[in-house]
Design a protein around this ligand. Structure first.
Ligand SMILES: Nc1ncnc2c1ncn2[C@@H]1O[C@H](COP(=O)(O)OP(=O)(O)O)[C@@H](O)[C@H]1O
Ligand SMILES: [Mg+2]
Length: 325
Protein backbone atom coordinates (compact mmCIF):
# COMPACT_ATOMS: atom_id res chain seq x y z
CA UNK A 1 0.00 0.00 0.00
CA UNK A 2 2.07 2.89 1.26
CA UNK A 3 5.45 2.55 -0.30
CA UNK A 4 8.19 3.97 1.89
CA UNK A 5 11.17 2.94 -0.13
CA UNK A 6 12.54 4.91 -2.96
CA UNK A 7 14.78 3.36 -5.57
CA UNK A 8 18.09 5.14 -5.55
CA UNK A 9 19.71 3.40 -8.47
CA UNK A 10 20.08 6.43 -10.63
CA UNK A 11 21.13 9.10 -8.18
CA UNK A 12 24.71 8.79 -9.37
CA UNK A 13 23.70 9.80 -12.88
CA UNK A 14 21.80 12.85 -11.80
CA UNK A 15 24.65 13.93 -9.56
CA UNK A 16 27.41 13.32 -12.08
CA UNK A 17 25.58 15.18 -14.76
CA UNK A 18 27.03 18.63 -15.24
CA UNK A 19 24.09 19.85 -17.29
CA UNK A 20 21.48 19.08 -14.71
CA UNK A 21 20.85 21.31 -11.71
CA UNK A 22 23.28 20.24 -9.09
CA UNK A 23 23.41 20.02 -5.32
CA UNK A 24 20.64 18.90 -3.07
CA UNK A 25 18.81 17.18 -5.87
CA UNK A 26 18.41 13.84 -4.15
CA UNK A 27 14.87 13.19 -3.12
CA UNK A 28 13.84 13.77 0.46
CA UNK A 29 12.71 10.65 2.28
CA UNK A 30 9.01 10.09 2.26
CA UNK A 31 8.81 8.52 5.71
CA UNK A 32 8.67 11.72 7.81
CA UNK A 33 5.75 13.02 5.78
CA UNK A 34 3.81 9.80 6.08
CA UNK A 35 4.66 9.26 9.71
CA UNK A 36 3.46 12.70 10.56
CA UNK A 37 0.04 11.94 9.15
CA UNK A 38 -2.33 10.93 11.87
CA UNK A 39 -1.96 7.14 12.07
CA UNK A 40 -5.59 6.75 13.05
CA UNK A 41 -6.74 8.20 9.79
CA UNK A 42 -3.95 7.00 7.55
CA UNK A 43 -5.22 5.00 4.59
CA UNK A 44 -6.06 1.37 5.00
CA UNK A 45 -5.40 1.01 8.73
CA UNK A 46 -6.97 -2.13 10.11
CA UNK A 47 -8.97 -2.34 6.95
CA UNK A 48 -11.70 -0.29 8.58
CA UNK A 49 -11.29 3.02 6.93
CA UNK A 50 -14.70 4.54 6.31
CA UNK A 51 -14.82 5.71 2.73
CA UNK A 52 -16.30 9.13 3.15
CA UNK A 53 -17.32 11.02 0.07
CA UNK A 54 -18.34 14.58 0.80
CA UNK A 55 -21.85 15.22 -0.44
CA UNK A 56 -21.29 18.91 -1.05
CA UNK A 57 -18.49 20.48 -3.00
CA UNK A 58 -15.62 21.88 -0.96
CA UNK A 59 -16.23 25.45 -2.02
CA UNK A 60 -19.78 25.20 -0.77
CA UNK A 61 -18.32 24.10 2.52
CA UNK A 62 -15.69 26.84 2.35
CA UNK A 63 -17.54 29.88 1.08
CA UNK A 64 -14.42 32.01 1.36
CA UNK A 65 -13.03 30.11 -1.65
CA UNK A 66 -9.80 28.19 -1.96
CA UNK A 67 -7.23 28.25 0.82
CA UNK A 68 -4.09 29.69 -0.74
CA UNK A 69 -1.14 29.55 1.62
CA UNK A 70 0.80 32.75 2.21
CA UNK A 71 4.14 31.30 1.02
CA UNK A 72 2.94 31.47 -2.58
CA UNK A 73 2.82 35.26 -2.46
CA UNK A 74 6.59 35.38 -1.93
CA UNK A 75 7.30 33.45 -5.14
CA UNK A 76 7.91 34.76 -8.63
CA UNK A 77 5.20 33.50 -10.91
CA UNK A 78 5.61 32.41 -14.49
CA UNK A 79 2.08 31.24 -15.15
CA UNK A 80 -1.23 32.31 -13.66
CA UNK A 81 -4.94 31.78 -14.10
CA UNK A 82 -7.67 34.26 -13.21
CA UNK A 83 -11.17 32.90 -12.68
CA UNK A 84 -10.50 30.42 -15.46
CA UNK A 85 -13.49 28.32 -16.53
CA UNK A 86 -13.68 25.60 -19.12
CA UNK A 87 -16.68 23.85 -20.65
CA UNK A 88 -16.75 20.69 -22.74
CA UNK A 89 -20.01 21.37 -24.57
CA UNK A 90 -22.53 21.88 -21.77
CA UNK A 91 -20.36 20.27 -19.12
CA UNK A 92 -18.34 22.67 -17.04
CA UNK A 93 -15.07 20.97 -16.10
CA UNK A 94 -13.31 23.94 -14.47
CA UNK A 95 -15.33 26.31 -12.31
CA UNK A 96 -13.23 29.43 -12.03
CA UNK A 97 -9.66 28.59 -11.10
CA UNK A 98 -7.42 31.36 -9.82
CA UNK A 99 -3.89 30.27 -9.12
CA UNK A 100 -0.29 31.18 -9.75
CA UNK A 101 2.49 28.79 -10.66
CA UNK A 102 5.86 29.66 -9.11
CA UNK A 103 8.85 29.87 -11.45
CA UNK A 104 11.56 27.26 -11.13
CA UNK A 105 9.56 25.10 -8.74
CA UNK A 106 7.72 21.80 -9.05
CA UNK A 107 3.98 22.17 -8.52
CA UNK A 108 1.83 19.06 -8.18
CA UNK A 109 -1.87 18.98 -9.07
CA UNK A 110 -3.67 16.34 -7.02
CA UNK A 111 -7.30 15.34 -6.62
CA UNK A 112 -9.65 12.47 -7.42
CA UNK A 113 -10.15 11.21 -10.94
CA UNK A 114 -12.28 13.53 -13.04
CA UNK A 115 -11.66 16.66 -10.93
CA UNK A 116 -10.10 18.54 -13.85
CA UNK A 117 -6.35 18.12 -13.35
CA UNK A 118 -5.58 17.14 -16.95
CA UNK A 119 -8.01 19.74 -18.27
CA UNK A 120 -6.22 22.47 -16.33
CA UNK A 121 -2.80 21.21 -17.41
CA UNK A 122 -3.86 21.12 -21.07
CA UNK A 123 -5.27 24.63 -20.73
CA UNK A 124 -1.84 26.01 -19.90
CA UNK A 125 -0.48 25.38 -23.40
CA UNK A 126 -3.84 25.48 -25.16
CA UNK A 127 -3.89 21.81 -26.01
CA UNK A 128 -7.65 21.88 -25.33
CA UNK A 129 -7.96 23.95 -28.51
CA UNK A 130 -7.67 20.64 -30.31
CA UNK A 131 -10.84 19.30 -28.67
CA UNK A 132 -14.16 20.22 -30.24
CA UNK A 133 -16.78 22.21 -28.33
CA UNK A 134 -14.37 23.52 -25.73
CA UNK A 135 -15.24 26.97 -24.44
CA UNK A 136 -13.14 28.95 -21.99
CA UNK A 137 -13.74 32.05 -19.85
CA UNK A 138 -11.36 33.99 -17.68
CA UNK A 139 -7.64 34.38 -18.21
CA UNK A 140 -4.41 32.48 -18.29
CA UNK A 141 -1.20 34.45 -18.39
CA UNK A 142 2.20 33.10 -19.29
CA UNK A 143 5.09 35.45 -18.57
CA UNK A 144 2.51 38.19 -18.24
CA UNK A 145 0.87 37.64 -21.61
CA UNK A 146 -2.71 36.47 -22.06
CA UNK A 147 -2.31 33.12 -23.84
CA UNK A 148 -5.68 33.50 -25.56
CA UNK A 149 -4.70 36.79 -27.11
CA UNK A 150 -4.99 36.72 -30.89
CA UNK A 151 -1.37 37.74 -31.25
CA UNK A 152 -0.13 34.61 -29.49
CA UNK A 153 1.66 32.08 -31.67
CA UNK A 154 0.27 28.81 -30.31
CA UNK A 155 3.10 26.69 -31.74
CA UNK A 156 5.63 28.88 -29.99
CA UNK A 157 3.58 28.76 -26.80
CA UNK A 158 3.67 24.96 -26.88
CA UNK A 159 7.41 24.98 -27.42
CA UNK A 160 7.76 27.15 -24.33
CA UNK A 161 5.52 24.77 -22.40
CA UNK A 162 6.57 21.24 -23.24
CA UNK A 163 4.19 18.43 -22.43
CA UNK A 164 4.92 14.92 -21.22
CA UNK A 165 2.01 12.51 -21.26
CA UNK A 166 0.94 9.54 -19.20
CA UNK A 167 1.95 7.11 -21.87
CA UNK A 168 5.35 7.80 -23.36
CA UNK A 169 5.08 8.53 -27.05
CA UNK A 170 8.46 8.17 -28.72
CA UNK A 171 8.33 8.57 -32.47
CA UNK A 172 9.28 5.55 -34.61
CA UNK A 173 12.73 6.87 -35.38
CA UNK A 174 16.17 6.83 -33.80
CA UNK A 175 16.86 8.05 -30.28
CA UNK A 176 18.79 11.01 -31.68
CA UNK A 177 16.07 12.00 -34.14
CA UNK A 178 13.49 11.84 -31.37
CA UNK A 179 15.47 14.23 -29.21
CA UNK A 180 16.20 16.78 -31.94
CA UNK A 181 12.74 16.57 -33.46
CA UNK A 182 11.81 20.17 -32.62
CA UNK A 183 15.04 21.45 -34.16
CA UNK A 184 14.46 19.44 -37.33
CA UNK A 185 10.98 20.90 -37.63
CA UNK A 186 12.57 24.33 -37.24
CA UNK A 187 14.85 23.53 -40.19
CA UNK A 188 18.11 22.90 -38.29
CA UNK A 189 20.44 20.68 -40.34
CA UNK A 190 23.90 21.32 -38.93
CA UNK A 191 25.19 17.99 -37.62
CA UNK A 192 27.27 19.60 -34.87
CA UNK A 193 24.32 21.56 -33.50
CA UNK A 194 22.04 18.53 -33.57
CA UNK A 195 24.63 16.34 -31.83
CA UNK A 196 25.26 18.96 -29.17
CA UNK A 197 21.60 19.51 -28.40
CA UNK A 198 21.04 15.76 -28.34
CA UNK A 199 23.79 15.17 -25.78
CA UNK A 200 22.84 18.14 -23.62
CA UNK A 201 19.15 17.16 -23.55
CA UNK A 202 19.85 13.50 -22.84
CA UNK A 203 22.18 14.51 -20.02
CA UNK A 204 19.51 16.78 -18.57
CA UNK A 205 17.08 13.89 -18.76
CA UNK A 206 19.60 11.62 -16.97
CA UNK A 207 19.62 9.27 -19.92
CA UNK A 208 22.88 10.00 -21.71
CA UNK A 209 25.00 7.33 -20.05
CA UNK A 210 22.43 4.65 -20.78
CA UNK A 211 22.01 5.38 -24.48
CA UNK A 212 25.10 7.23 -25.74
CA UNK A 213 26.33 4.15 -27.59
CA UNK A 214 23.07 3.54 -29.43
CA UNK A 215 21.84 6.96 -30.45
CA UNK A 216 21.12 5.76 -33.97
CA UNK A 217 19.01 2.77 -32.96
CA UNK A 218 15.23 2.91 -32.76
CA UNK A 219 13.73 4.60 -29.72
CA UNK A 220 11.06 1.91 -29.69
CA UNK A 221 13.67 -0.58 -28.45
CA UNK A 222 14.08 1.28 -25.15
CA UNK A 223 12.45 0.27 -21.87
CA UNK A 224 9.29 2.07 -20.78
CA UNK A 225 11.14 4.19 -18.24
CA UNK A 226 13.80 5.11 -20.77
CA UNK A 227 11.12 6.05 -23.30
CA UNK A 228 9.51 8.38 -20.79
CA UNK A 229 12.86 10.04 -20.03
CA UNK A 230 13.41 10.29 -23.79
CA UNK A 231 10.13 12.18 -24.09
CA UNK A 232 11.35 14.51 -21.35
CA UNK A 233 14.65 14.96 -23.25
CA UNK A 234 12.67 15.76 -26.40
CA UNK A 235 10.66 18.37 -24.53
CA UNK A 236 13.86 19.82 -23.04
CA UNK A 237 15.53 20.06 -26.47
CA UNK A 238 12.88 22.57 -27.52
CA UNK A 239 14.18 24.87 -24.74
CA UNK A 240 10.95 25.20 -22.81
CA UNK A 241 10.35 27.40 -19.79
CA UNK A 242 7.73 25.10 -18.36
CA UNK A 243 7.35 21.33 -18.42
CA UNK A 244 3.80 20.05 -18.07
CA UNK A 245 3.58 16.40 -17.04
CA UNK A 246 0.36 14.45 -16.89
CA UNK A 247 0.82 11.39 -14.67
CA UNK A 248 4.21 10.70 -16.27
CA UNK A 249 4.88 7.63 -14.14
CA UNK A 250 1.53 5.90 -14.11
CA UNK A 251 2.55 3.37 -16.79
CA UNK A 252 5.96 2.67 -15.23
CA UNK A 253 7.22 0.06 -12.78
CA UNK A 254 8.58 1.24 -9.40
CA UNK A 255 12.23 1.31 -10.48
CA UNK A 256 11.51 3.35 -13.62
CA UNK A 257 9.18 5.55 -11.59
CA UNK A 258 12.02 6.21 -9.18
CA UNK A 259 14.28 7.28 -12.02
CA UNK A 260 11.71 9.65 -13.50
CA UNK A 261 10.97 11.08 -10.06
CA UNK A 262 14.68 11.69 -9.48
CA UNK A 263 14.77 13.47 -12.80
CA UNK A 264 11.77 15.67 -12.06
CA UNK A 265 13.30 16.58 -8.72
CA UNK A 266 16.57 17.50 -10.45
CA UNK A 267 14.84 19.70 -13.05
CA UNK A 268 13.68 22.19 -10.44
CA UNK A 269 15.45 25.52 -10.65
CA UNK A 270 16.13 25.16 -14.33
CA UNK A 271 12.53 24.62 -15.36
CA UNK A 272 9.12 25.25 -13.92
CA UNK A 273 7.40 21.88 -13.65
CA UNK A 274 3.68 21.28 -13.24
CA UNK A 275 2.92 17.62 -12.63
CA UNK A 276 -0.44 15.92 -12.38
CA UNK A 277 -0.37 12.87 -10.19
CA UNK A 278 -2.92 10.75 -8.42
CA UNK A 279 -0.12 9.27 -6.34
CA UNK A 280 0.15 11.32 -3.19
CA UNK A 281 3.46 9.81 -2.15
CA UNK A 282 4.80 10.95 -5.49
CA UNK A 283 3.50 14.49 -4.99
CA UNK A 284 5.09 14.51 -1.53
CA UNK A 285 8.40 13.28 -2.93
CA UNK A 286 8.88 15.49 -5.97
CA UNK A 287 7.00 18.75 -5.52
CA UNK A 288 7.59 22.06 -3.76
CA UNK A 289 3.95 23.11 -3.93
CA UNK A 290 0.77 21.09 -4.12
CA UNK A 291 -2.65 22.17 -5.36
CA UNK A 292 -5.61 20.04 -4.30
CA UNK A 293 -8.51 20.12 -6.77
CA UNK A 294 -11.97 18.72 -6.36
CA UNK A 295 -14.87 18.71 -8.82
CA UNK A 296 -13.38 21.35 -11.08
CA UNK A 297 -12.38 23.68 -8.28
CA UNK A 298 -9.15 24.58 -6.59
CA UNK A 299 -9.61 23.75 -2.91
CA UNK A 300 -6.24 24.32 -1.28
CA UNK A 301 -2.81 25.28 -2.55
CA UNK A 302 0.39 25.65 -0.63
CA UNK A 303 3.82 24.23 0.19
CA UNK A 304 3.68 20.47 -0.27
CA UNK A 305 4.68 19.75 3.29
CA UNK A 306 1.86 21.94 4.66
CA UNK A 307 -0.72 20.38 2.37
CA UNK A 308 0.21 16.88 3.54
CA UNK A 309 1.03 17.52 7.18
CA UNK A 310 -0.95 20.55 8.19
CA UNK A 311 -3.66 21.37 5.65
CA UNK A 312 -5.92 24.32 6.42
CA UNK A 313 -9.12 22.69 5.26
CA UNK A 314 -10.86 19.51 6.38
CA UNK A 315 -11.56 18.52 2.77
CA UNK A 316 -7.84 18.51 2.01
CA UNK A 317 -7.08 16.50 5.11
CA UNK A 318 -9.71 13.93 4.19
CA UNK A 319 -8.24 13.53 0.75
CA UNK A 320 -4.55 13.40 1.65
CA UNK A 321 -5.22 10.89 4.40
CA UNK A 322 -7.03 8.65 1.96
CA UNK A 323 -10.58 9.00 3.22
CA UNK A 324 -11.97 9.62 -0.22
CA UNK A 325 -10.82 9.72 -3.80
N1 LIG B 1 -12.31 15.57 -24.22
C1 LIG B 1 -13.29 15.65 -23.30
N2 LIG B 1 -14.58 15.81 -23.70
C2 LIG B 1 -15.58 15.89 -22.80
N3 LIG B 1 -15.41 15.85 -21.46
C3 LIG B 1 -14.17 15.70 -21.01
C4 LIG B 1 -13.03 15.59 -21.90
N4 LIG B 1 -11.92 15.44 -21.15
C5 LIG B 1 -12.33 15.46 -19.87
N5 LIG B 1 -13.67 15.62 -19.78
C6 LIG B 1 -14.46 15.71 -18.54
O1 LIG B 1 -13.97 16.79 -17.76
C7 LIG B 1 -13.87 16.45 -16.40
C8 LIG B 1 -12.42 16.57 -15.93
O2 LIG B 1 -11.66 15.59 -16.58
P1 LIG B 1 -10.08 15.52 -16.47
O3 LIG B 1 -9.50 16.87 -16.64
O4 LIG B 1 -9.63 14.45 -17.39
O5 LIG B 1 -9.90 15.06 -14.94
P2 LIG B 1 -8.64 14.39 -14.19
O6 LIG B 1 -7.43 14.59 -15.04
O7 LIG B 1 -8.57 15.10 -12.88
O8 LIG B 1 -8.98 12.95 -14.00
C9 LIG B 1 -14.41 15.04 -16.27
O9 LIG B 1 -15.78 15.14 -15.92
C10 LIG B 1 -14.26 14.47 -17.66
O10 LIG B 1 -15.22 13.51 -17.94
MG1 LIG C 1 -6.15 13.17 -15.93
Amino acid sequence: MVKTEHPTAERGHARANREAPQPGTSLPPIQPVLRSLNPDIAPGRNGQNPVHLPTTTPTEQSPQGPAIHAELAAEQHVLSTEDFKLHYGKHRALHGITMQIPAGKVTALIGPSGCGKSTLLRSFNRLNDLIENVRVEGRIRFQGQDIHDRKVDVIRLRKKMGMVFQKSNPFPMSILENVVYALRIGGERRRRVLDEVCEKSLRSAALWDEVKDRLHTSALGMSGGQQQRLCIARAIAAEPEVLLMDEPCSALDPIATGKVEELIYALRGKYTVVIVTHNMQQAARVSDYTAFMYMGRLVEYGPTNSIFVNPHLKETESYVTGRFG
